[in-house]
Design a protein around this ligand. Structure first.
Ligand SMILES: [Zn+2]
Length: 196
């Protein structure tokens, strides 16, 4: 495969995007096109690069496919939502893996962006949030389970240690203890199940 190109500035089809979506803060936008990424301002955040990579992949790293992709993207809100949700999902997974301490905050920001004016308000905030988390729930599960086991072993975060103590007092042990602690500390409302 040919190398990716990074170009500072707006792509030739920017007037079409402005006409269809009229996004606020156009200076912050990043445009994937075939094998080229157009952007302005500072260097791309690595999680944004992951996001753009998903778009390029789905454009088959091809300029003709990218042209088709952009036309469909601008004409069809449902296609646009599907493509963006896929990219935001990968971006969130990347953040979860690289910087879990800022994942919760990042999820809020990403869900705000995906449901916001940048794409023409395609979905509600809650819809966007649950769609972004879709693929990441397994990862969050694994993380919560790890924290629970760590706490049962006598270390770990305060919240997990607190629940270990509480459930031990109730007579729980073994897997039952792990499961209950894990339910209490999993990031999503205490119920370890796929959202939606
Ligand atoms: Zn995108």
């Amino acid at each position: 495969m040919e190398k990716l190109r990074f170009v500072k500035g707006k792509p030739f089809f920017w007037p079409l995007v402005r006409w269809r979506l009229n996004p606020p803060n156009p200076e912050k936008l990043v445009f994937p096109f075939g094998r080229t990424i157009y952007y302005e301002g500072d260097d791309l955040d690595p999680s944004v690069a992951v996001h753009e990579w998903v778009h390029l992949e789905r454009q088959k790293f091809s300029y003709p496919w990218a042209a088709w992709w952009w036309i469909t993207y601008l004409l069809s809100p449902s296609f646009r939502y599907q493509e963006e949700a896929a990219a935001y999902r990968k971006q969130y997974e990347f953040i979860l893996a690289q910087a879990p301490h800022r994942a919760t905050e990042a999820l809020e920001q990403l869900a705000g962006d995906l449901s916001g004016a940048m794409y023409g308000k395609m979905a509600s905030y809650h819809q966007a949030r649950s769609d972004i988390r879709l693929g990441a729930v397994e990862y969050e599960d694994a993380e919560a389970e790890r924290l629970a086991r760590q706490a049962i072993g006598g270390e770990g975060d305060e919240k997990a240690l607190y629940w270990v103590k509480r459930f031990r007092e109730k007579g729980y042990s073994g897997e039952q203890l792990t499961w209950n602690v894990y339910c209490k500390i999993s990031k999503y409302d205490g119920t370890p199940q796929v959202v939606r």
